[in-house]
Design a protein. Sequence first.
Length: 342
Amino acid sequence: MKRSSILIIYTGGTIGMRRNENGTLVPFDFNTIEQEFPAVRNLNVDISVHKMEPIDSSNVTPARWSELAHIIANNYTDYDGFVVLHGTDTMSYTASALSFMLDNLSKPVIFTGSQIPMGILRTDGRENLITAIELAAATDAQGDALVPEVALYFQNRLFRANRTSKHSAEALSAFESRNLPPLAEVGVNIVYNYSVISKPCVKDAPLQVKDRLDKNIIIVKLFPGLSHESFKAMLSIEGVRGVVLETYGTGNAPTAEWFINTLREVIARGVAVVNITQCQGGAVAMQLYETGRQLQEAGVICGYDMTSEAAVTKLMWLLGQELSNEEIAAAMERSLRGELTN
Ligand code: ASP
């Protein structure tokens, strides 16, 4: 079988830290990866490394997502797959954004990182990195990639990236995908869940980077006691074009007149308001209760079972494309990259 070639893109985060002679944590030189981890030589994979200016992922910006998307596009024909090493804090945001920005993707882009720095003996980074490379390189008998989508590998599970959230600051299994089963589970063997993995709609269509995002959005998380003044003030911020509303349960919110009227006013001004649930699992179904039905009548868009990370990045991305309000609402309610179930 032909050797796969994989490009590792290092962006920063805990995975890239090692101890120097003085015992302090310093960035790891991924160009020496094969000397550090001789095990990667046994993978039957050619590895190259592209190092971005390393950052703590709390500092990530949409401009950086665009830079990353272009690195992938510029190297697309030379590699069979990509492994992106990223800080865990915002990995689900970056990976969700990339899933929308990379149009016609037909090669694996696997995000991973670690909770314990690479240079610490008990690191989870070594296994995450080695398995991510193996997943990015895996092909079927025809030589087609087994996972041709943006995915996130962490602690024995490969997820569709835009279905994930970081759920623990402590556990080594830091990521969850509550509304979609893993694309693969890693034990003694790697077991792929073929029925869940997306295949490209058009095979061999050229990859296109659609990196225009509009940052003029806000997230509003409901809580009992949220006042009319604060709600109105947040929704009236100048320039806001989109609101991700984190509601209760199956998409419920107060039925108070001031609440519904505030939403009606902003929607009438052309602001896209998307309803997602604060619950970790399950979906919005606005028709179930009166408290949800009123939102539907006010013109709120249903976010179904999207994570906040997927809803925020999808809304930014759709607002960045030249679409009408109706097209944005329709696309928000439709699965574009497997990010929602409806
Ligand atoms: N603060 C770090 C980051 O997200 C944490 C990590 O990498 O796990 O960059």
